[in-house]
Design a protein around this ligand. Structure first.
Ligand code: PXG
Length: 457
């Protein structure tokens, strides 16, 4: 590559001078110096200084099949040569968009058979918002437009997705929010369960908060409830088993649509194609991105259930779409990525072997660590709460400080981990083996030890 001729310093200088990074404090970045990632293979990313770092986050929760898959590069190259681009607006389609839609309908729950493409999770959540509102409006109920969401939900960074999300820091930088979103408590037992409250009772109470919000707004004004099956960027918050079936029951009772955001949980991360299949959820819309292409190309979609699709199909022209809706190169790569997940049996492996093993090892290696609170996991998603006192669940001051030290020690010891507030996250490629997990959990221990020492506890 031509840029091989540039030194780390030259690349950093170009970046410092001209690159505005997402979710970044630039003063802090410039002081620390930006890491230049030049390559990746399998489970490791490589930087310009020749370091290899185990990627415990699969990029940004997305590189499900791991790095360096020539097969995906070859498919992209071939598709670019055959048909680099054509739109799907002018009564046109192309083989990758049509065949991927068919494949997704086969993989999705039985009631879902239609696909609307976008290029990012945020975009597809915008599509989902517009589409549920359009669905009710087509039936003469335009006032049925409120969407109930949760605190700490992450649905993307566009104005609508930020408004629908429950991140207060993001709301603070939004100016006027898109109206029509109501937020209720997250199903986060570790911090929100009452003393002595069982997991089951807490799950039902968290679902009741949704019902209360529907009743308060008036069911005739509520279009949908939206949620990630497991809140990802909000801190891998795994709801109790009682939560989702109760949410499903409440949505049916009040005739409210169920919008499920599977951007992180889709494509095997939780040990099934989609988390809704293992959690007993039957969504009306399902947003997917990330693992759809394992991040090799930007592609997302909203999968639309039959009830909505039937109304939309008879609703005349829907004035909505993106230049890159159903981009042929992205769709071709998605098809090949799904083939890899299937061929290599990655989903069964996550469900039966590596998923349970990851949590088991974390508990065995750092379960008693003085700064580790709850350790939880579901498939290849895991979280460790960082606390200064395990019994009282007290956090280090200021908020997030303990976890950011753990993250820094983890990277220094050779593994990328994500700190969300006071919670450490692992969301690795689904190709991790037991040996990789052993390596990772040893690094987690080194990181916790290092942070503990620095915190002086
Ligand atoms: N829904 C969910 C559940 C997500 O996790 C999006 C939608 C938006 O997708 P796009 O493709 O527009 O980014 C996401 C994205 C983090 C982090 O800090 C997580 C995401 C994005 C950026 C940062 O963990 N998830």
């Amino acid at each position: 590559m031509a840029y091989k001729n540039f030194s780390t310093e030259q690349l950093q200088a170009a970046d410092n001078a001209h690159h505005l990074h997402p979710f970044t404090d630039h003063d802090e970045l410039r002081q620390a110096g930006v890491r230049v990632v030049t390559g990746a293979e399998g489970h490791f990313i490589h930087d310009s200084e020749g370091r290899s770092i185990l990627d415990g986050m699969a990029g940004l929760w997305c590189v499900n099949v791991g790095y360096g898959r020539d097969e995906l590069a070859d498919v992209a190259c071939q598709q670019m040569k055959e048909l680099a681009y054509y739109n799907t607006f002018f009564k046109s389609t192309h083989p990758p968009a049509a065949l991927l839609a068919k494949r997704l309908a086969e993989l999705a729950p039985a009631n879902i058979n239609q696909v609307f493409y976008g290029a990012s999770g945020s975009e597809s959540n915008d599509t989902a918002i517009r589409t549920v509102r359009h669905f009710w409006a087509l039936q003469g109920k335009p006032e049925k437009n409120i969407i109930i969401s949760r605190n700490d939900a992450y649905h993307g960074s566009t104005i609508a997705a930020t408004s629908m999300g429950g991140m207060s820091a993001m709301h603070g930088q939004l100016g006027p929010r898109v109206p029509g979103f109501v937020h209720v408590m997250a199903p986060y037992a570790y911090e929100l369960a009452k003393p002595g409250e069982s997991d089951e009772a807490f799950g039902l109470r968290a679902a009741k908060a949704v019902e209360d919000a529907i009743v308060a707004a008036g069911p005739e004004n509520v279009a949908a409830f939206v949620g990630e099956p497991i809140q990802g960027a909000g801190g891998v918050k795994i709801p109790p088993a009682s939560y989702w079936p109760e949410i499903q029951r409440i949505c049916k009772k009040y005739d409210i649509l169920l919008m499920i955001d599977e951007v992180i949980t889709g494509f095997g991360r939780t040990g099934s194609w989609f988390a809704c299949q293992s959690m007993g959820i039957e969504p009306d819309t399902m947003t997917i991105a990330k693992g759809l292409t394992s991040g090799y190309q930007p592609l997302s979609a909203v999968l639309v259930g039959d009830r909505m699709a039937d109304v939309l199909a008879k609703g005349g022209e829907y004035y909505h779409g993106y230049t890159y809706s159903g981009h042929p190169v992205c769709c071709a790569v998605a098809l090949a990525n799904i083939d890899i997940i299937e061929r290599e049996g990655l989903i069964d492996r996550v469900r039966d072997d590596t998923g349970p093993y990851l949590v088991e090892r974390l508990k065995a290696v750092v379960g008693d660590h003085p700064i580790a609170g709850e350790i939880r996991g579901y498939g290849l998603l895991a979280a460790i709460e960082i606390v200064s006192d395990r019994d009282s669940k007290q956090r280090f001051e200021p908020a997030g400080h303990g976890a950011s030290l753990v993250r820094d020690h983890s990277i220094a010891a050779g593994m990328m981990m994500r700190a969300v507030g006071d919670t450490m996250i692992l969301s690795p490629p689904l190709t991790w083996t037991r040996e990789t997990i052993d390596m990772a959990t040893d690094i987690v221990k080194t990181a916790l030890d290092g942070a503990q020492k620095e915190l002086g506890v």
